[in-house]
Design a binder for this molecule. Sequence first.
Ligand code: SF4
Length: 331
Amino acid sequence: MENNCNKISINKMVPPIKKVSFLEILEKRKKKREKIKEIQEDFLGYCIHVGKISYGCRSCFKDSKYNLSEALGWKCNLNCSYCFSNKNLTEKTENQIDDMIGRHYRNSLNPDYGKRGPTGFAFTMGEPLLYMKRMEKYMYHLKEIEKRTGNRPYYKLYTNGVLATKKTLKKLKEIGIDEIRFHPSASNFSAKVYKNMEEAVKTGFIVAVEEPCWPKNRKKLFEMLPIIDKIGVKHLQMCIVEVYDYNIAEIYKDYPSGLFFHDNLLHMYDEGLVYDIMEKVLKKKYKFSVLDCSNEVHRHNRSQSRKVVEACEKEEGEKVFFNPWKEGIIK
Ligand code: SF4
């Protein structure tokens, strides 16, 4: 999940959150990690994972000026307290969507686009499946660019999964989406969403789960693990909760005992959740990978270290990323 705002406005009423030092959190996380020897640490230690992670996560570790994720609109059919998307923003117009496509088209005219073009493209923020017509239009142009330049990005979308019906999945397949990332906790882990995930696997998508490290969901997240393994989910991304001026009040209301710390932006401590999940996945030998999408990834994502990583990408990339081309999943 990505965002473009990281300031807590001083004009807003900030609830009395409990803050802890960033270094204290780093130390706690390190100690916990050290107890699980199978955890892999790659890309200068920023990429902490178990198993081969999604190709769709590649852009968070490697610098490319063309990697893109776009919001088609800000609306959602659900309402999570920690939501990273700012629903107070003015809804996007058709003109803005055309402008986004135009920007991408102009980028594709750059001479290095064929070789250094985007490795990935994501539809994110709000609920993208509420905007199917916009997505169809966008994908049509991206596919045209692909034919002209020879650069084939990996296309993914984020969804809470409620609207991912058989008919919608068929359409997503037709327009060229490769991976669908579901967020089951948004619907309180509804049976309907699990059924839609099963259908997505049958339709031939690479199915992933992306969940916030929300300590309140701990029990249900552990119950989810065998279910998603059985469904055939390939990857699980556990994201640290990002705190902004527009979600801080709701987060505090829903989970007042949360511990907050400031790295490059304000985050909520996961209370050990991600490494406990990794440990369980290793113990049970579940087949999906797990990525610790922590504050360290966010810091790295927004910093110069991505350029350094590029130097080791060739060597480490092979072992870190699940490559759907190599696996024959994408032709
Ligand atoms: S499903 Fe996603 S976009 Fe919708 S409210 Fe929850 S976190 Fe926000």
